[in-house]
Design a protein around this ligand. Structure first.
Ligand code: ATP
Ligand code: MG
Length: 342
């Protein structure tokens, strides 16, 4: 079974109770509305993909969910345990969101390049230790046992993602696909309930993509972690997602099963331009291949050609977003709003 032919994964939960909920989230930067009344619900045990063209607001949404941005409106709530109390994540600092049980990876790989593979994961695992990584570095006795356990846990996570035997390599020496795996191991080190993956397969080759698709499914089924997945590779999305939410210009334009979403005219037009839905329907009729997934059937290269690559300014903005989530203060988007309106 390959990522291109597999459809909805068998045996995974699709009808669970919500674990993470965003309601009416609006985020503005000056005159630009990055997210406009966005609501979505991640159900416990599922993989929910968030797709949409470049600049649609996907990373902005992740940044709101993880405390990097403070949206001007809306609520973000997380329920760590089934039936437990709901915790508001809105305005919570990134490291506290992480501690609550929501972990993430970043669109642009952000590893400590000069550190070893093991050290990269250990730093995240040690944030669970009572006095944190500094206490561990100082060798405080009460932390020695915890540090050993963090190291053990880090090794387990590295083995889980397929990096066993590479623990002592310097992170920057890893292949691109392995660096993506390392990011996932690091995100797993804090034992999250929810994992947010921002383009985990970006820049990887087809076989690395397939391996990452399988890893994402294993994180979901074997570790029982609910996953919110941003990804441009439609084959990967269609192969792992239980449900899909589509953003365009900061708004949710569709939500449903992969089959429903990929036949949705608004989604096809968002990706391929106005009139594309009719053209594809006609072409499909001519070719007699009705039933083929429409968006999945469009080669990734075509999608990339039609959807412009992000402008340099967007890349710069993304680099800004990529401040260390562990250390970053909440960026109050209302400040940006005020500055923009001056
Ligand atoms: N810090 C920021 N300052 C100003 N504008 C921002 C900032 N962050 C995001 N934006 C803008 O918000 C919009 C949504 O950007 P975002 O990065 O969320 O899109 P995306 O869907 O993740 O796109 P891509 O697929 O290219 O990663 C874009 O117009 C972007 O320029
Ligand atoms: Mg993005």
């Amino acid at each position: 079974m390959t990522a291109s032919t597999e459809t909805v994964p068998a045996g995974t939960a699709t009808g669970g109770e919500p674990v993470l909920r965003a309601q009416g989230v609006t985020l503005r930067f000056g005159g630009l509305t990055s997210l406009d009344q966005v609501s979505l619900e991640l159900r416990r045990g599922e993989i929910l993909a968030v797709i949409g063209p470049n600049g649609a607001g996907k990373t902005s949404l992740f940044n709101c969910l993880t405390g990097v941005y403070l949206p001007q409106q809306g609520s973000i709530d997380f329920q760590a345990e089934p039936g437990g109390s709901w915790l508001s994540l809105r305005g919570r600092k990134p490291h506290l969101v992480n501690r609550a049980g929501v972990s993430r990876t970043f669109q642009n790989i952000r590893l400590f390049n000069a550190l070893t593979v093991l050290e990269n994961v250990q730093i995240a695992a040690e944030t669970r230790v009572s006095s944190g990584p500094v206490g561990v570095m100082l060798g405080l006795p009460q932390n020695n046992k915890a540090a050993r356990s963090a190291r053990h846990h880090s090794r387990e996570m590295l083995e889980f993602v397929g990096l066993r035997g590479k623990e002592s390599l310097i992170a920057s020496g890893l292949s691109y696909g392995d660096q993506r795996r390392l990011e996932i191991a690091r995100a797993l080190a804090s034992d999250p309930q929810v994992l947010l993956l921002d383009e985990p397969a970006a820049g990887t080759n087809p076989s690395e993509k397939l391996g990452l698709a399988q890893l994402i499914q294993r994180v979901n089924t074997e570790l029982g972690i609910s996953i919110l997945l941003i990804e441009h590779d439609m084959r990967l999305v269609m192969s792992v997602a239980n449900r899909i939410t589509v953003l365009n210009f900061g708004k949710v334009i569709a939500s449903g099963s992969p089959a429903e979403v990929q036949q949705n005219p608004a989604v096809i037009e968002a990706y391929l331009g106005s009139g594309a839905a009719e053209e594809l329907a006609a072409a499909e009729g001519d070719a007699g291949d009705a039933g083929d997934p429409v968006i999945a059937a469009v080669p990734e290269q075509v999608v990339r050609d039609v959807v412009p690559e992000p402008a340099a300014a967007d890349e710069a903005a993304d680099a800004d977003q990529a401040v260390d989530a562990e250390a970053a203060d909440v960026a109050d988007a209302s400040d940006a709003d005020e500055e923009g309106s001056k």
